[in-house]
Design a binder for this molecule. Structure first.
Ligand code: S3P
Length: 164
């Protein structure tokens, strides 16, 4: 089975939806953030603080390349991963990409930004970052998942696409 790849803004629910999907499909869940943390032996905020964003993006690339050579995985991507073509292109070639679209204001107001270094600059900066990223997410998506009110519903919508 091809990989199922979830992209979207930080906090949109990729990991939660990914866990539901993986359970329903009997597939393994791979969360790129968790993989980077495991390889590095430190948290994402610590990696950003000690090494900076570019270093983190390099770790993300190594994980993306590794996953793109595997199959039958649900891959929950860090929110910034699709910004680099060399990260997302091989992953896209390994499966089907779903963009989980959620209103960025609703995300910011309901999700903790505590462990998200790029979510620390306030609401307006978050909305602006989303505005810049949305076309990138749209560009790489095979399918856009929107209008769902719970992670379970988003997973249902993805299952429907996969069943076709
Ligand atoms: C980032 C999103 C985070 C994490 C890192 C950078 C981003 O992942 O990869 O903090 O650039 O949007 P989530 O999307 O899981 O929060």
């Amino acid at each position: 089975m091809k990989n199922v790849i979830l992209i979207g803004m930080m906090g949109c629910g990729k990991s939660t939806v990914g866990a539901i999907l993986a359970r329903r499909l009997g597939m393994e869940l791979n969360d790129t953030d968790a993989m980077v943390e495991e390889i590095e032996g430190r948290s994402i905020p610590t990696i950003f603080a000690e090494e900076g964003e570019e270093y983190f993006r390099g770790c993300e690339l190594a994980v993306a390349e590794d996953l793109s050579e595997r199959s039958g995985r649900v891959v929950a991507c860090g929110g910034g991963l699709p910004l680099r073509r060399d990260c997302i292109a091989p992953l896209k070639a390994s499966g089907t990409v779903f963009f989980l679209r959620r209103d960025p204001g609703a995300i910011y107001d309901s999700v903790s930004m505590e462990d998200r270094p790029l979510g620390q600059a306030g609401r307006e900066a978050f909305l602006e970052r989303y505005r810049r990223r949305e076309p990138v997410y749209e560009k790489w998506a095979d399918h856009i998942i929107e209008g769902h009110s719970t992670p379970g519903e988003a997973a249902d919508m993805i299952m429907e696409v996969l069943d076709k």
